[in-house]
Design a binder for this molecule. Sequence first.
Ligand code: SAH
Length: 244
Amino acid sequence: MSSAARKIRLLMLLRRNGVNSTDVLRAMELIPREVFVPPTFHDQAYEDTALPIGHGQTISQPMVVGLMTQALHLNDRLKVLEIGTGSGYQAAVLAKMARRVYTIERHRPLLAEAESRFQALRLHNITARHADGMRGWPQAAPFERILVTAGGGMDPPPDLMDQLAVGGIMVIPLGPDRRSLHVVRLRKTEAGVEREQLWPVRFVPLLPEVPAEPGAAVSTGGMPGTMPPALIPPDFSDVIHQRA
Ligand code: SAH
């Protein structure tokens, strides 16, 4: 089957499973997912599965990207903050729907690879930064939308809540431990925060601060084609961003 046919099959699967926003489906049709996965996994780019991207991290399952994006109620006037750039795929999908996307990643080599993909795809409305996303991006706040693509904790990081505009929406996986996370939608109103639990999910953890960088050895050599197999987490079925 051609890659175009596989992509159509995936989009139809997403639609059958609740991604019914034509804007979300169009954005996912426009962004070539194969650009965001290591070459060894190109043949699986349009399967509905999370895939390893190095540094123990994964590109999320397309269904999770579709449903989380839909849960944000985006439009092209909004400024969005994403925490956990990873491969950059989710940010690229957001960039097709929002006015501007700010995205933060704590692993510098992943961020560099994502940024080169944004340039190659001419996604000029994305600004990316290497930092601890739990602190948010105060200089660019407030954000009308915040999407956190790493999970954990019972409540959202306070700095992120502070940087959400009144009337804004945050979508974030929350829960007592890694095995019992739910995607939660928070709406900030004048009166307080409304909280809706949407569906169970598995996500890699949201971790504080940025990892230490022991010299140049930390780089996987630029583009992910050079990712040694050892960087694929052995229990990667356990850390993937799948619907639980
Ligand atoms: N959105 C990504 C998938 C998320 S993987 C994609 O489309 O490919 C989750 C990412 O969150 C990982 O890359 C991990 O390094 C990052 N992360 C975890 N905690 C973080 C933090 N505090 N700040 C920034 N990034 C974080």
